[in-house]
Each structure stands twice: as C-alpha cells, then as structure tokens.
Design a protein around this ligand. Structure first.
Ligand SMILES: Nc1ncnc2c1ncn2[C@@H]1O[C@H](COP(=O)(O)OP(=O)(O)OP(=O)(O)O)[C@@H](O)[C@H]1O
Ligand SMILES: [Mg+2]
Length: 314
C-alpha cells in the first residue's frame, strides 16, 4: 500500500480580528497520494487559500498536523522547512505576491536551482521557460515588464524547477486566456505523468477540475463537506451544498435535465460559527439533526459526504 505524500489532520486556522475570531479553516482532514491530482473547490472565502498557506507554512495553523512524507512539517524550523520546500512547492493565486519585483526572470528561475545546488547552465532555464510558452526574450525582464498571464507562467515555471513531488496550485489559471489555460493544464498533466508529481488544485472552474483532477474536496465555511473521485462527486453529488455548486455549471449532454438548485439566503459569516452543518439555515432538508455535528457518511468508492441525506443512502 502506498503511503500518502501529504496528510492533513484536523487542521484549524483562526484569525483574530479585533474582538472577533474568523474561523477560516475548521477541522479539515484529507490525504494526497503520490502522483494524484486533488481539487479543492468551494465559494470565495470558504478557506481554500488559507488551507494552502498552512501547507506551505505561509500561515501557522491554530492546531492540527500536516504530514509531508510522514513528517509533521508544522514542527520544523524555518531552515529545515527550506530543505523540504525543494519537493513541496506552491503556485500562488496572485503572482505579484510571489515574484520578487527586483528579480529578472532568469534570476527568478535560477534561484530555486542554486539553492539546492542543482544549477548547471542556462539550458535548464530555457527549457523551463519553453514549457510555459515563454522564450529567451523574457529572460531579462522583471515582473513589471510582464503581463499578468506571463507572471503567472513564470511563477509556475519557478515552482516546477526542482521537480517537486507535490505542488499546491491556487487558482493557477484564472489570469490566463483559454489557450494558455489549456496549455497550462496539459503541462500539469505532463509533469504528473513524467515525475509522478502530485498536486492540490484550487479552482473555481469546475469544468477544469472535472477534466484534470482525480479526486475532489468540496469545502464550505471552513469545512470539507464532501470528497471523492471526481466522476462520483460530479455525477452523484450527495451534499446539498455540492448539488447547488454543481447545478450552476451547464451540462453538455442535452438528454440530462438538471434543475438549477438555488440555496436560500447568504453564506453565514465565518465569525459566528455554529455547530452542525454550515448549510443549516439555507437548506430545504434541514432537520434538528443538522444542528449537531455531522459526521462523514461513506457512500462507496471512497466517496463521503457530511450530510444527513447521504446517511440514508450509506
Ligand atoms: N490574514 C488574514 N487575516 C484575517 N482574515 C483572513 C486572513 N486570510 C483570510 N482571512 C479570512 O479567512 C476566510 C477564508 O479566506 P481564504 O482566503 O482562505 O478563502 P478562499 O477560499 O481562498 O477564497 P477565494 O476563492 O476568494 O480565494 C475569509 O473569511 C477571509 O476573509
Ligand atoms: Mg483564495
């Protein structure tokens, strides 16, 4: 049995905001296996980026464990963590946050290699640039001389320089047009195949997720509410939140009729977290049971949903 490359156990991240506590991530657990593409989806503010930032230690978890190759990386010193970063990389939601404005593209791509003594010559840089459809004309440019999409691609090339085992990609294609988006997705597939690279793919673009990923985690209000193989979750979503989320995307098959499911009201604030299902005041199927903590009910093939409706099927 293969060991997971990443194990998140009961991850919690709260932010203090004056007198309030923002419950950004609430008891999230999941695993990623080598070579696996796992998607993390859910509406804006549900805690996806915070989860990602905890994994690469840009945020310190309030509690919980993050095991990378079996080792709890929340306990490592900054120096030890730097060593692990060779095989644990991230592509950021906003490339402006991650690229040093003073660094040329050449230097940006050389740094990660130099850091681990892997730099040999310019060919490595050019090959990496070529992969993301940039060329030597871009070598001397600094971030402000690149477009948003070009910056995003430099960020992606940089993350891949050291052939990491695991990469977190936070909305990596949102600033790219359709053809670059497709190209980027092909690149990810290639790296996955070639180096058995695993990744966590955060995206709002559910059609891309369906296309690209093996498994999907659906997050709502800081919790995972459903998880499973992409085809199972997309074809038979069990949680009412997932059903609502998916009903918003068009189905290409005209013989399938799906009703658009609209949830009542708005997502409650992450400041006042109630026990029980996050959807309890919005869901038409809510009963007293939903106001208590809801466990994950297995519905087969590793597919789980934290919804009482799934219990009846389980
Ligand atoms: N540094 C911070 N300080 C305080 N609150 C924060 C901080 N970072 C995130 N939050 C809050 O935590 C919650 C989760 O934010 P997060 O950025 O993880 O959401 P997200 O799922 O990535 O959303 P999006 O899809 O818009 O990127 C939000 O309520 C957000 O306002
Ligand atoms: Mg985000």
């Amino acid at each position: 049995m293969t060991e997971p490359i990443l194990q998140i156990e009961h991850l919690v991240k709260h932010f203090r905001e004056g007198r309030h506590t923002i419950h950004a991530v609430n008891d999230v657990s999941f695993e990623v296996y080598p070579g696996e593409a796992v998607a993390l989806v859910g509406e804006s503010g549900c805690g996806k980026s915070t989860t990602a930032q905890c994994i690469i230690r840009l945020q310190k978890p309030t509690s919980g464990r993050i095991l990378f190759n079996g080792e709890d990386i929340t306990l490592l010193s900054a120096r030890q963590m730097r060593q692990r970063r060779r095989s644990l990389q991230m592509v950021y939601q906003d490339p402006n946050e991650s690229l040093n404005p003073q660094f040329s593209v050449r230097r940006t791509l050389r740094e990660p290699l130099a850091l681990y003594g892997l730099y040999q010559n310019k060919t490595q840089i050019l090959a990496a640039l070529h992969r993301v459809n940039l060329d030597q004309n871009h070598l001397g440019r600094r971030p402000h001389q690149l477009s948003g999409g070009q910056k995003q691609r430099v960020g992606m090339a940089r993350a891949m320089m050291t052939q990491p085992q695991f990469v977190v990609l936070d909305e990596p294609t949102s600033s790219l047009d359709m053809s670059l988006r497709l190209q980027t997705l092909n690149l990810l597939r290639e790296l996955q195949r070639e180096f058995n690279m695993a990744y966590l793919f955060i995206s709002h673009d559910l059609s891309t997720v369906r296309h690209l990923c093996d498994r999907v985690l659906v997050m709502y209000l800081g919790r995972i509410v459903e998880a499973g193989r992409v085809e199972d979750v997309f074809n038979h979503p069990r949680h009412v939140y997932t059903q609502a989320l998916l009903s918003a995307i068009p189905i290409p098959d005209p013989t399938v009729h799906r009703q658009r499911l609209l949830l009542a009201g708005e997502t409650p604030s992450a400041r006042q977290l109630k026990p029980g299902c996050g959807l309890q005041n919005r869901c038409p199927h809510t009963t007293a049971e939903c106001r208590l903590p809801v466990p994950f009910y297995p519905v087969g093939n590793g597919h789980v949903a934290a919804c009482r409706l799934a219990k009846e099927e389980a």
